[in-house]
Design a protein around this ligand. Sequence first.
Ligand code: SF4
Length: 815
Amino acid sequence: MTHILKQALKTALGRRHFIKWSAAAGSAAIVTGSGLPLKGLAASALPNPEKNTEKQEKTVWSACTVNCGSRCALRHHVSNGVITHTETDNTGQDIYGDHQVRACLRGRSFRQRVYNPDRLKFPMRRVGKRGEGRFERISWDEALDTIADSLKHIKEEYGNEAIYINYATGTLGGTVSKSWPPAATPFARLMNGWGGYLNHYGDYSTAQIAVSLPYLYGGSWVGNNCTSDLINTKLMVNFGNNPAETRMSGGGITYHLSEAKQRSKARMITFDPRKTDTTLTDGDEWIPLRPGTDAALVAGMAWVMIREDLVDHSFLDRYTIGYDEESLPDTAPEGASWTSYILGKGEDQTEKTPQWAAAITGIPANTIIRLAREIALTKPCNIMQGWGLQRTAAGEQASRAICMLAVMTGNVGIPGGGTGAREGSYSIPFSAFPELENPVTTAIPMFLWTDAIYRHKEMTALTDGIRGADRLKAPIKFIWNYAGNCLVNQHADTNRTHKILQDDTQCEIIVVVDNHMTASARYADILLPDLTAAEQPDFTTNGSCGNMGYAIFCDTAVKPLYECRSIYSICSSLAKRLGIEQQYTEGRSQEEWLQAIYKESRKINSHLPDFQTFRKQGIVKQKNPGEPHVEFRSFRENPESHPLGTPSGKIEIYSQRLADIAGSWKLGKDDIIKPLPEYAPSWEGHQSALTEKYPLQMFGFHFKARTHSTYGNVDLLKDANRQELWLNPVDAQKRGIKDGALLKVWNNRGEIRIIAKVTERIIPGTVAMGQGSWYAPDKNGIDRGACMNTLTTQRPSPLAKGNPQHTNLVEVAIA
Ligand code: SF4
């Protein structure tokens, strides 16, 4: 084995692994320090240098296309057909607006995913019980025939509504290899050409806010002013938004936020139960609050603003309905306005004083008063929220309530102001892979797919938020799961999910296409090995950013490993078996599709160079030619000519549509849907009776070692960022816990093992851990992988039927 290849593989795999080259066999094997072959990594993975005809050294542009909200350039250095190391964007002048799109540590460790010991190598078929992770190797023909036969049988017996494409975001940044949104994936195109599949709406990131804010502002998605508009603001009020740990790219929000803040010199106040890295690096004041109490804080500040007459009356009078009794719609009862609710003249007859809010939020009343005055009197002021706080039991109410600060202070629709939603972004226009139209119109809430497996007959529009039909006609019998870990790991209540999936008399077949043996892949009936982004051509455009958009060409850095195939190739082969090959491929290869999509993109974006130039230069950057986006600017300038998409055309503080839903839907005990953005106590929060048994609130956060669960099997990242449970010294002391102790964390849904991180960076009464760690139950069902979803609930939120993954009560002790 050549020295250079040995060095390359050593670099790629890390010091703990050795490479043995057998000249006789003409193959290499990777072994651990103990001499045992590494799981799943066979000799055939490695290029044989003696047969290698590839150019010795090259640098290939690619990208990290995972779901972190950013998207980064990678430049793979390839030696003798092996990626030896990965660098990032080195173009531009590296000044704000022409900056480098630099990857974080995750993207730079990409080769550790390509050559990972967990890499799937061949098509496989389940042989044990579903979820046991026992498989046998089969041929591609056998795998594809089995899938096609199952599809035909299920379509005939149950109809296309029994086929489901699971939420999956592992390659959401791809163009042809796209895994999200489901309707834009290669599987959606395949199924749409063959009668369709059961849709879902919502996603694990934004289910509650996506449904709730349109009741306030109208439309289908509510944004905020672009991050680059923050140069115009005087005060930044940040509810739980934490780009320094989520959107870490040099071309993403964390960079833009820092740059904009340096220019505006605006003060940043952050409300969060945890002192995040964003607060540490860019924040000026951290206000710790209890999880799930944001709406109570807003109500307390609203009381101060109303009582001290600090609200923007001219804005409220012209642009809103429901602020006071005079502006309530005729259909609303007396006392249903926002001021009545805040001042104790509404249904609950409770004044939302700062003292009332202090008791709920844990924030001292005088702090609430001080901040309410500062927010009302500093203009323009940008109110912004992250998405974590809406992934809660009453997240719909909380996300709408935060926007009330922007509405009451008249900051909506002006530069430097904002809506209260998450930051906006500039993107360059680009065409997409055409997905065709889905003939099936029925859609379930994304979070209820496990329910649709076993209780579809009960699921109606009024009980479970079914859309496009009154009720579900068929159970889910077939699941596609491409590049996603939401079959188990990223879905809630893993033990419950395991039980549902293990019963293969319910869902008959699960097809997983992925790079690695993830927690979800273990539940496959047919498991297909996918190419990584380094082994196929594709391109990607920027994720969330500020004043500069970009597109990156992801070229083929190394030949496909093992028997892995691209998702496009897999779908094309299935299309042939289903009799729709020509319709699916239109006679094009993946490369030809990219050329066709790029050609279309150039029609809508004349700044793009020709295809070969794009490929060669790797990245195309485009500075926003106009002013930073200001959400609802035209409405603010002329509300009569540019009404909002609400029934009244105005901001609906009181929503009659929500009042109607609250009156007609069948809701669970303690489920609250209100026409006003009121505070709703959580059914598993600090005020619930369950605290006697499980006294600590638990939530998750995005973790630097992973993008959700992607990169979760990269040892380098795991070593640098170990999975820990954050808890306050007050709670640790009560339990005799010292920093670094091994803990057990449990509730009535499950139990995990995790290391303690004792820190004052989290509010007492609350514990938190990085989400996305890989579920690894031992024989007693104790999750040694410390996946937070072993402890989360499947109970959906009331309105969106979304995932309340930060609403949990637990107890903690030394293991
Ligand atoms: S994980 Fe996100 S920030 Fe990191 S390299 Fe990938 S896209 Fe960039």
